[in-house]
Design a protein around this ligand. Structure first.
Ligand code: UTP
Length: 224
């Protein structure tokens, strides 16, 4: 069975309000897709991670400690998702090597070490498993030519080359809790391992399913 890696943003799992029905539907979708694909699901920390990171920053903690706070939250979110699936690991692995040893139709995990986000964990797993696709499910509809929160005329890009993204964002990790569509070190892995990568709005489950299945979807394809 072919493998697909899905990185799901914490903001998709939990925004201001907990959406029980959405989480059940998300879990049902993963279970349905696991009939056709082996899935690795990496869960992000979202706004809760950023709140703890901000608190730690106000308290003067160093960057690695702030990252560790974020990692803890990603693992809590991963635990929520895995408990909605009865065909996945109960305990959340702390490294990609440990995740690879698990024998479940769906493997769920959060972050691993400081200095990157769960996007890198996903890219690394996609590389190590020779996944056919890496799907980054975020809280916007894709990559835009400019910030859609600021510019009303921002246009969603259907495709963009990995080289253009690297030229624009670089490949160096910024600071804890930074929120861009894909972390910079992950871009490097995607380029070097030539991982077919899709950016999709994880709240739109119909589009998420299409992206995971490799069907035409509303979102952005990163050309590698
Ligand atoms: P996320 O992966 O959630 O990053 O990790 P994000 O960019 O905020 O993504 P969304 O909003 O969930 O989509 C949150 C923070 O946890 C730390 C980093 O500080 C990151 O910004 N983290 C996470 C790590 O240091 N290592 C990891 O492997 C994962």
């Amino acid at each position: 069975m072919k493998t697909v890696v899905v990185s799901i943003g914490g903001s998709v799992v939990l925004s201001q309000e907990a959406d029980e029905l959405f989480l059940r539907n998300l879990a049902a979708l993963f279970k349905k897709i696991s009939n056709n694909y082996k899935l690795f699901v990496i869960v992000g920390g979202g706004t809760i991670a950023r709140r703890y990171i901000q608190l730690g920053r106000d308290l003067g903690f160093d960057e690695d400690t702030l990252d560790l706070l974020g990692i803890d939250v990603t693992r809590v979110n991963a635990r929520i998702i895995t408990n909605l699936l009865d065909i996945s690991n109960k305990e959340i692995p702390h490294t990609t090597s440990d995740a690879l040893k698990l024998n479940f139709p769906i493997v769920v995990m959060g972050g691993t070490d400081p200095k990157h986000s769960t996007d890198l964990v996903g890219a690394e797993l996609a590389e190590k498993t020779h996944a056919i696709r890496f799907v980054n499910a975020t809280n916007v509809d894709g990559i835009y030519d400019k910030d859609p929160n600021i510019y009303k005329d921002a246009k969603q890009l259907k495709e963009i080359s990995i080289d253009k993204l690297i030229a624009h964002y670089g490949t160096t990790w910024g600071t804890a809790g930074k929120n861009i569509f894909m972390d910079e070190p992950a871009l490097d892995v995607i380029k070097n391992a030539k991982i077919s990568t899709f950016i999709v709005n994880g709240k739109r489950l119909d589009q998420l399913e299409k992206a995971i299945r490799g069907q035409p979807f509303d979102g952005t394809t990163i050309l590698v």
